[in-house]
Design a protein around this ligand. Structure first.
Ligand SMILES: Cc1cc2nc3c(=O)[nH]c(=O)nc-3n(C[C@H](O)[C@H](O)[C@H](O)COP(=O)(O)O)c2cc1C
Length: 280
């Protein structure tokens, strides 16, 4: 039994190592890298083209984007350290990964040693989709990847990039800029000097506006919001694993300092910080 478990773990780790060596792992617009997309169905391919076109238009509308000029495959593989646009649509998520769910669960670990290699816009898109992407609709309510008590969705995700801080907008799978500079060091200091936060390519900050859940559940809405943040965190862990990336849930920080460093709205209370990047 023990031996079987170890063999499985070794196989999963071997797969993950291969993934880490790849570049542009999730270029949804590259034919060579999209057999999985085709195998799902043609609809996703067309949606990918649509999202790509929308993204290019947004990048171009903003003028100075080298990313937009580089064309199709360039957009998904643009690294997050180059992103400064005020608002843009993310590439569509890819719905077939390179690890099975079981392999991802088996090999998931908290990892804190990040290299300076930036992740791509496509990888960031995938992480945000796994966290809070819209995956359905019932009675006019857009449903997301993670469960939410009463489908009230009290969680927001802020994306701390080397260049800027953005707010994720699940309904349109887009990012909107909220600050103009690199806040990673400020965030690391607010998190009791956990230095790996400043080294990570991206930090996803999960915040809750309890009032959205309390409208229905009163005080219990606080509990439900915190549970929901845990669900989201696990999705990010597993998605990072599938992408060959590392992450860790960080709960040790000064709430007020995080809010101040990132200029968060007062009602958006930070619950978890998830630094993500390549391992050293
Ligand atoms: C709510 C929560 C808060 C955490 N806070 C921190 C933290 O502030 N810093 C840190 O390095 N790890 C933090 N962790 C990660 C745990 O240390 C880690 O999950 C634990 O050591 C088990 O290791 P594993 O995740 O690799 O299985 C936190 C985990 C959770 C669930």
């Amino acid at each position: 039994m023990e031996l079987k478990w170890r063999n499985n773990l070794n196989q999963a780790n071997e797969k993950k190592r291969k993934l880490q060596n790849e570049t542009g792992v999730h270029s949804s617009f590259s034919k060579e890298k999209a057999p999985s997309t085709r195998s799902i169905n043609r609809r996703y391919f067309l949606r990918g083209i649509g999202a790509f076109a929308a993204s290019v238009l947004t990048f171009r509308a903003e003028g100075a984007s080298e990313a937009g000029r580089r064309g199709k495959t360039g957009l998904a593989s643009v690294t997050v350290d180059k992103i400064t646009q005020s608002k843009f649509t993310l590439p569509d998520a890819i719905l077939k990964g390179k690890l099975s769910l079981e392999e991802a669960i088996l090999s998931r670990r908290s990892r804190r040693k990040f290299s300076s290699k930036p992740i791509t816009l496509s990888q960031l898109s995938q992480l945000l989709w796994s966290a809070q992407g819209v995956t359905g609709e019932e009675q006019g309510i857009k449903l997301r990847t993670a469960p939410s008590a009463g489908a009230l969705y009290p969680i927001d995700i802020y994306v701390v990039l080397p260049t800027r801080v953005y707010h994720y907008q699940p309904h349109i799978h887009a990012l909107e800029r909220i600050t103009e500079d690199d806040k990673r060091t400020g965030l690391a200091i607010a998190a009791l000097a956990q230095e790996f936060i400043a080294a990570a390519s991206v930090n996803l900050v999960i915040t809750a506006e309890y009032e959205r859940s309390m409208i229905k559940y009163e005080r219990r809405g606080v509990r439900y919001s915190i549970i929901e943040a845990g669900n989201i965190s696990q999705n990010i862990y597993l998605q990072a694993e599938v992408l060959g990336l590392s992450t860790v849930a960080v709960g040790a920080f000064d709430d007020g300092r995080v809010q101040k460093a990132l200029k968060l709205p007062k009602r958006h209370r930070p619950l978890l910080i998830m630094p993500v990047g390549y391992s050293l």
